[in-house]
Design a protein around this ligand. Sequence first.
Ligand SMILES: Cc1cc2nc3c(=O)[nH]c(=O)nc-3n(C[C@H](O)[C@H](O)[C@H](O)COP(=O)(O)O)c2cc1C
Length: 169
Amino acid sequence: MLVLVGYATTHGSTREIAERLGMRLGAAGLHVDVRPMTEIHGPSAYGAFVLGSAVHSQAWLPEAQDFVRLNGELLGTHPVWLFSVGMPGALRGPWKRMAYKEEPYITESLPGDVPYRRHWLLSGVIRREHLSRAGRLRFRLMGCRFGDFRDWPGIDARADQIARELLSR
Ligand SMILES: Cc1cc2nc3c(=O)[nH]c(=O)nc-3n(C[C@H](O)[C@H](O)[C@H](O)COP(=O)(O)O)c2cc1C
């Protein structure tokens, strides 16, 4: 089975997560294609979909939303896993409790009603230069810190879970 790992990124951390998922799925014995969602031609070639986007303003990037909107019917008949890359890991102190509260906002803002096996909100990378002046101020007021918060063992574990489910079909 050919699995698509499709992603949308602004600063590259979601691409690297997608590549890691793809590598791990490949190592488990699946055929995998890792591509930006803007460069997927002929999506009906795929038997399963792992789709992820960077999160901006509690929603997927527009090109990722477009892919889901345009391919809703196809996705509805295949196994689908979703991942969102945000910044729960950047939160500190009392804000830490809020970390995963945005997950339902993200999934509810997805277009259509695509059934998916699992959605994961993962921590990505946030650097000072990614944000506007106002954004940096808000970020500081929320007690966030800049850095790379990706949990590679956790990402590998998600890939292994997907592989197990696909290979047991
Ligand atoms: C302008 C901007 C807005 C963001 N808004 C959110 C947000 O609403 N929720 C969140 O969890 N992360 C937010 N982030 C954090 C990013 O999603 C995170 O840094 C992610 O790793 C970016 O992925 P990328 O490197 O693939 O672009 C925002 C980042 C930027 C630059």
